[in-house]
Design a protein. Sequence first.
Length: 278
Amino acid sequence: MLCLILHSALRAPHDIMPTWKLEIEYEGTRYRGWQIQHNANTVQGELQKAAYQLFSGKVELGGAGRTDAGVHAVSQIAHLRVSDLKANVTPRQIQFGFNDLLPHDINVKRVLNAPENFDARRDAVQRFYLYQISTRRTAFAKNFVWWIKDDLKTDAMREAAALLVGKHDFQSLCEIDETKKQSTVVAVERSEIFTDRDLICFRIGASHFLWKMVRRIVGMLAEVGRGGASVSDFERLLKFRSNAAAKHTAPPSGLFLERVLYRGDQPPTENKSLFPIF
């Protein structure tokens, strides 16, 4: 058992706190999001429980993005720090140890040694999300798409999506937590619509995202595609306060945290869906 190896290895110097960078994938269907919550099943909670079994001493595990309930990730990044760890534990041992303990829908893809001050959230410079809309009913991918029966005009959706690039106030396209004093201004670096077989995909990249921001955007892009809203209507949501987007919020099933970038990392370039429908 890896936990026995970890507990019996040599102690690390007291002035060094071993730190690792974890790349994690998960299907979010069964979870109330990433962040630990009381009396709720979360991805971070499952990882934390596994970490407590693997290591003795204080464990700190923080993620780069707080994905909402039902949202998935193909490349979530987390930092792991253990205060009283033993020096001869390898990243590969840690990866295998986690995956022996984690449920089937959470997987640690990679573990790397990291500087002691590495922080998965604060050190991230950009995050990319991808949303998948299915244009047909599927027997296999219900948990990974939003099936829309209506014919969608992708040209209009592309035109609207292009308006997102730049710095905007997304107060009309997010859920505002009144208990927190948080700016709703976000600088979007990339926003695009592309198709892959029976899927219409929306990719967006920015330094950070607001609560339900991507799902509200997708819901309104779909409404533009249906013809229920115009490109001009969409543009007005970036300029004026409105509650119009709330009723069109897209379901979490089609949303993926696609990639988290750190200094020197390259953004995604391929216009391919994450789970294609054949």
